[in-house]
Ligand binder design. Structure first.
Ligand SMILES: *Cc1c(COP(=O)(O)O)cnc(C)c1O
Length: 393
């Protein structure tokens, strides 16, 4: 299998070195320093079964995808990586590879909407029961586990949009004590800020659509696992279910990952300045950012994250109408869903990303605004917010 070659390629060195080099050696034939986009579905065999480098058919493996998979495995410090057509395709593959009908999973009570829908509307009818618990409450997660039935404890940290923090190390031992696996959705933090496998998690999942790709130009997902046994299960299901990343998407995502470290540092620098600005602003109420000492997850975030990321949520003092006006008036912050790209985005979770949870326990305040702070000149971001926040402006 070509994927077994993932680790032969420069898995040593610091994070930024691996981000740029891991997963690929300059092409044998041409010396190309960047992997070609192998737009091919099949491969010439040297005699029946004589595969070159293990490549047989591009659902099973494609060299551009192999490079991405090796890269992200190295960044997360895992045994192997797998690239998928979307974050949700990656999640679905994890669920069906590691659970069977009759099993049970614990998921965050504020899970990403698509993750909640996948567990509730797709996995549950298939036979996988689930319970929800707040990731910030280790005892609540423990209490939600059904001994003997729970196969997965699934968390996000930080969560969306209130940026709650789960203690990965503590939750890994809670899961393992019950014979379950800990899956961490590391989309918000990225491996630059947080490496869950090193803290005891078994599986890391990403929407690479967000920070990993980083340029809002590709939809993708990734899974990285800690053990060979898990790698075999995911590998089998990746091929059997077929929701793979195509070569061009893999290439874009790999290109994004090369600059993950510098981008994340700038996202964090800018977010910290935006938080400073918001906390002193008369039109702003509560600010949610794990870097704030008063954030309930601050201590745990400080323990397990290098910095606190580029996502900020805050409440306006002018109510829902004002929050909607702020979103409409912002110009450098583009009004839109998604997050993690180089450009700053603003959104109203109550009417946009979290509209589907209105009327449930997951409902978010109607005066809440979420920012994905990009890497533009920070003075422009602050001026834009100042203008957009003006009451009656
Ligand atoms: C976007 C997102 C997903 C889903 O990923 P897609 O690439 O949109 O399928 C999963 N988890 C989190 C935290 C996300 O932000």
């Amino acid at each position: 299998m070509p994927n077994e070659q993932q680790h032969q390629h420069r898995t040593k060195g610091g994070f930024e070195t691996r981000a740029i080099h891991a997963g690929y050696e300059p092409d044998e034939a041409t010396g190309a320093v960047i992997p070609p986009i192998y737009a091919t579905s099949t491969y010439k065999q040297d005699g029946v079964g004589g595969l070159r480098g293990g490549y047989e058919y591009s659902r099973s493996a494609n060299p551009t995808r192999t490079a991405l998979e090796g890269n992200i495995a190295s960044l997360e410090g895992g045994e192997r990586g797998f690239a998928f057509a979307s974050g949700l395709a990656a999640e679905d593959t994890i669920i069906r590879a590691l659970c069977k009908p009759g099993d049970h999973a614990v998921i965050p009570d504020d899970a990403y909407g698509g993750t909640h829908r996948l567990f509730d509307k797709v996995a549950r009818p298939w036979g996988l029961a689930h319970s929800s618990a707040p990731v910030s409450d280790v005892d609540a997660v423990r209490a939600a586990i059904r001994p003997g039935e729970t196969k997965l404890v699934w968390i996000e940290t930080p969560t969306n949009p209130l940026l709650n923090i789960g203690d990965i190390e503590a939750l890994a031992s809670v899961a393992h004590d019950a014979g379950a696996l800990l899956v961490v959705d590391n989309t918000f933090a990225t491996p630059y800020l947080q490496q869950p496998l090193g803290l005891g998690a078994d599986v890391v999942v990403h929407s690479t659509t967000k920070y990993a790709g980083g340029h809002s130009d590709v939809v993708g997902g990734a899974v990285v696992v800690r053990t060979l046994e898990l790698a075999e299960a995911i590998s089998f299901h990746q091929n059997a279910m077929g929701a793979v990343a195509g070569p061009f998407d893999s290439w874009l995502t790999l290109r994004g990952l090369k600059t993950l470290g510098v981008r994340m540092d700038r996202h964090c620098d800018n977010a910290e300045k935006v938080v400073d600005f918001l906390t002193g602003h008369p039109a702003v109420g509560q600010v949610f950012y794990p870097g704030l000492p008063e954030h309930p997850g601050h201590a745990v975030a400080s323990k397990q994250m290098k910095r606190y990321g580029g996502i900020i949520s805050f409440r306006t003092t002018g109510g829902e109408q004002h929050a909607l006006e702020v979103c409409a008036r912002a110009e450098v912050f583009t009004l839109g869903e998604s997050l993690g790209g180089v450009e700053s985005l603003i959104e109203h979770p109550g009417r946009m990303t979290h509209a589907s949870v209105a009327g449930t326990d997951l409902e978010v305040p109607d005066d809440l605004i979420r920012l994905s702070v990009g890497i533009e000149s920070v003075d422009d971001l602050l001026a834009d917010l100042d203008r957009a926040l003006a009451i009656g402006g």
